[in-house]
Design a binder for this molecule. Structure first.
Ligand code: C2E
Ligand code: MG
Ligand code: MG
Ligand code: MG
Length: 311
């Protein structure tokens, strides 16, 4: 039996790992040892230039190789870690591991990519948050431009001004800031007004049926226009099929040509063409169509090929 949750994802009751045998207390207890016993792993999902197919980035996504339960996705343990504070050492480990890995790929001669890391609100609230990030960058010798930090609308809702200023400070160092899961949180628009981010990651609940659902198509187009007028770049997330991708490109090129018209009528002497505007609107895209998140060695195989075929 499958049931659609609020985000339109289907979850199978029967085939999912049976966590009921493990009380959450046991799982929580195990989590205390997960770090020191090297059970946490980062998977990497490629982010692809929408026009050229080149791999331009990766999102680091945590997994837990549990000795009895197998590979656990973050929804099984990140909420636990956020409740008991373990997210602080875990989040630090994620940042460190992702930065070191990105540096390593660059040292191996692959073209530089940006590595995106998800943050929890507790991390930002730490007094030494800025120091932690800058220390990790220095220690890994990674260029701040090659690090992207992902925050969600709920993080912004839970943060005070001082915490948000920390993100602006990191931005001044060259670090990119992305708003993750955009469109599903509350008061999205007012949040955007107050925070200076580089990218809006459009939640995949708007994209998984973009070719079939005219409402989601309309919402997506509206977000695109909004992003453009705010000078933001979007990252569509969760593109799974060629149909969705084709449809997405149609919307982008339609929107781009509309915007180009505006640019022309405003008589701006720029060399903009549809492709440049498309890239300004949407530099990268992420989804199973290209690749699911994979372990570092498999990601390196993707880097060797450098790009995906784009039709
Ligand atoms: P997110 O940051 O929005 O990450 C994207 C999620 O969408 C990932 O799930 C990814 O595997 C999935 N995804 C990507 N493309 C597709 C697609 O085409 N189809 C479908 N159905 N799914 C796709 P994942 O890895 O299970 O991560 C879930 C969430 O857990 C993340 O959502 C993020 O909020 C959180 N998370 C992951 N790693 C970390 C971490 O290191 N720290 C923190 N604080 N949270 C993390
Ligand atoms: Mg994310
Ligand atoms: Mg997301
Ligand atoms: Mg999320």
């Amino acid at each position: 039996r499958a049931k659609a949750d609020a985000r339109g994802n289907y979850q199978l009751y029967s085939s999912s790992i049976d966590l009921s045998a493990f009380s959450s207390l046991t799982l929580e207890n195990d989590l205390y040892h997960a770090l020191e016993e090297n059970q946490l792993v980062l998977y990497y999902q490629p982010q692809v230039n929408i026009c050229t197919g080149e791999i331009v980035g990766a999102e680091a996504l945590i997994r837990w190789q549990h000795p009895e339960l197998g590979l656990l996705t973050p929804d099984k343990f990140i909420p636990l870690a956020e409740n008991n504070g373990l997210i602080i050492p875990i989040g630090k480990w994620v940042l460190e591991t992702a930065c070191i890995q990105n540096r390593k790929w660059q040292d191996l001669g692959y073209p530089p990519i940006q590595i995106a890391v998800n943050l929890s609100v507790l991390q930002i609230q730490q007094n030494d948050f800025i120091d932690t990030v800058t220390h990790i960058l220095r220690a890994s010798k990674l260029n701040p431009n090659d690090l992207e930090l992902e925050i969600t609308e709920s993080i912004i809702m839970k943060s005070n001004i001082e915490d948000l200023m920390k993100l602006n400070k990191l931005k001044q160092l060259g670090i990119k800031i992305s708003m993750d899961d955009f469109g599903v949180g509350y008061s999205s628009l007012s949040n955007l007004k107050n925070l200076d981010v580089h990218h809006l990651k459009i939640d995949r609940s708007f994209l998984y049926d973009i070719d079939l659902n005219s409402n989601n198509c309309a919402i997506f187009t509206a977000i695109l226009l909004l992003a453009n007028s705010l000078g933001l770049n979007i990252i569509p997330e969760g593109i799974e099929t060629q149909n969705q991708f084709d449809f997405l490109k149609k919307i982008l090129s339609f929107t781009s040509s509309t915007l180009q018209l505006k640019v022309n009528t405003e008589n701006l002497h720029t060399q903009n063409n549809t492709q440049i505007i498309t890239e300004n609107l949407c530099a990268k895209i992420q989804g199973y169509l290209f690749s699911p998140p994979v372990p570092a060695d498999q990601f390196e195989e993707l880097l060797k090929k450098r790009k995906f075929e784009i039709q």
